[in-house]
Write a protein that binds this ligand. Structure first.
Ligand SMILES: *[C@@H]1O[C@H](CO)[C@@H](O)[C@H](O)[C@H]1NC(C)=O
Ligand SMILES: *[C@@H]1O[C@H](CO)[C@@H](O)[C@H](O)[C@H]1NC(C)=O
Ligand SMILES: *[C@@H]1O[C@H](CO)[C@@H](O)[C@H](O)[C@H]1NC(C)=O
Ligand SMILES: *[C@@H]1O[C@H](CO)[C@@H](O)[C@H](O)[C@H]1NC(C)=O
Ligand SMILES: *[C@@H]1O[C@H](CO)[C@@H](O)[C@H](O)[C@H]1NC(C)=O
Length: 440
């Protein structure tokens, strides 16, 4: 009853203030012949406190309550999940409506276990909005091999831990062998065959993120060498290579996919090739590139301007210091597939039509931002937020809200937002990418 009463009182007070406002303006004498301010046609934006209400280390009971709104959950609760998702349980009052689900923790993907490693994936089955990009997280023990195979999509990879040796041969018979470590990339164009093998330079072998340029892709449906030959008459195999049948006595009778093997020599090189090497390398040592330092963190942008072969996938590796934020921006025609490496984040995605939803992410979570959606990525923890923005395009492209407003005639910006010259002076003509902490 008392909550209802205070709601009614607040509403009465607010409406009396609203009706008083025009009088105040007309008696001030400053409104002369100027156009109506935006605040005269619609209500003002709310000053409700809309911060994050708890994290996994605060001693807060995680309940769907924000200010006067909501109430405790009386029935079943999953406290660890509630602790991890404060903005889903107690959304900011600026959230409204529903966007497609844009969060998938790899921890919820079913693992496929092999001798020598594992793989788990995320595609449209786990997150239907991700029609343009699918992913897998793969672990290989030292020496273990992801067998020779190809697929109809391209494959872009980021090494999370350890070192890998990758091989390939292109359609013109030009070969490639490369070794990569943590923070490095590889890329194979659609249909180009390749193998992946963990070296023994790190004790645990390697783990890496694989990105495919089609959300419908499944890592269970690749063209594997052993699967093909196990489903080809042995007479045909012998004839193809000009051998006896017995040369194939030990041929695996089904797909291997991942299997243990001897670690490769880290200094190995590709076999002598009369056609030469592939013209554009299939690896890029992103770990060796210098990050661009920014007010609130750092960024490395990698696309076809640096990694020439990677025409279907590009990425930004981002670091946001505590209190900092990847600024309000959007990607004009590119979907963003996001992977969180460390730290914790808050992201609100705006989808037009008064629709916006806020999500929280921690290490191991996948996010997604459909093309055009306005968004920010805020570090809400006390350690560095480190994550990858991956795009289904040859270039990293974004529009910065700050830069857009700074380069628009100030009269137009002031007319839209009813802000002062002092606020206009804060706009920056150089894209900030990651802004630093500000006391508000
Ligand atoms: C790693 O593998 C190489 C063979 O490629 C071998 O010479 C070396 O001894 C191995 N190192 C360790 C630490 O196992
Ligand atoms: C990175 O920065 C360091 C120090 O400024 C410099 O010595 C090095 O050449 C730079 N590396 C690249 C790849 O630009
Ligand atoms: C890739 O090239 C672009 C354009 O020259 C540059 O802005 C960017 O910093 C480069 N990225 C890396 C990782 O060196
Ligand atoms: C959790 O929130 C508290 C209070 O805001 C803050 O002091 C603490 O650093 C946060 N912990 C993490 C891990 O972000
Ligand atoms: C972050 O916060 C947690 C608990 O809130 C604390 O244990 C930890 O020491 C903090 N880390 C830093 C780097 O301040």
């Amino acid at each position: 009853m008392s909550r209802l009463l205070s709601f009614v009182l607040t509403a009465v007070l607010a409406s009396s203030l609203a009706s008083a406002a025009p009088t105040a303006i007309s008696t001030s004498g400053s409104s002369v012949a100027s156009a109506a301010q935006p605040s005269q046609t619609v209500p003002l934006a709310s000053d409700d406190p809309n911060g994050v209400l708890w994290n996994t280390t605060t001693d807060t009971d995680p309940q769907p309550i924000r200010g006067e709104l909501g109430g405790t959950i009386l029935a079943q609760q999953n406290i660890p999940l509630q602790e991890q998702n404060p903005d889903i349980l107690a959304p900011p009052t600026t959230d409204h409506g529903l966007i497609p689900n844009v969060k998938w923790p790899f921890s919820l993907s079913t693992m496929r276990l092999f001798t020598g490693g594992y793989v788990r994936q995320q595609n449209i089955q786990q997150m239907p909005v991700s029609t343009s990009l699918a992913a897998a997280d793969m672990r290989l023990e030292p020496g273990a091999i992801r067998e020779l195979h190809w697929h109809s999509t391209s494959e872009w990879a980021y090494v999370l831990k350890g070192h890998m040796q990758v091989t390939s041969v292109d359609q013109d018979g030009r070969n490639f062998l490369g070794t990569v470590g943590p923070g490095d990339l590889w890329y194979f164009p659609p249909g180009i065959p390749h193998s992946l093998q963990a070296t023994n330079q790190s004790e645990g072998g390697a783990e890496f993120l694989l990105i495919f340029d089609n959300g419908d892709f499944s890592d269970e449906s690749t063209f594997s060498l052993t699967d093909w030959l196990a489903h080809t008459p042995k007479e045909v195999i012998a004839k193809n290579f000009g051998t006896s049948l017995s040369a194939w006595d030990n041929l695996p009778g089904q797909e291997l996919y991942i299997f243990p093997s001897e670690p490769p020599n880290p200094d190995a090189t590709a076999p002598e090739d009369p056609q030469g090497q592939v013209p554009n390398p299939y690896i890029y040592r992103l770990s060796e590139a210098n990050a661009t330092q920014l007010a609130g963190g750092a960024i490395k942008i990698v696309d076809t301007r640096n990694f020439t072969i990677s025409t279907t996938t590009s990425a930004a590796e981002v670091w946001v210091e505590p209190g900092g934020m990847r600024e309000l921006h959007w990607h004009p025609t590119q979907d963003e597939w996001t992977y969180y490496i460390s730290g914790s984040a808050r992201v609100t995605e705006f989808a037009t039509s008064a629709t916006a939803q806020t999500y929280n992410y921690v290490a191991g979570d996948i996010g997604f931002v459909p093309a055009g959606y306005g968004h920010y990525v805020e570090n809400i923890g006390n350690s560095t937020l480190h994550y990858l923005e991956i795009y289904n395009s040859d270039r990293v492209v974004d529009v910065s809200l700050n830069q857009w407003l700074a380069l628009t005639p100030p009269e137009i910006v002031k007319a839209n937002l009813d802000i002062s010259d002092e606020t206009i002076a804060h706009l920056t003509k150089i894209k900030p990418y990651v802004v630093g902490a500000t006391e508000v």
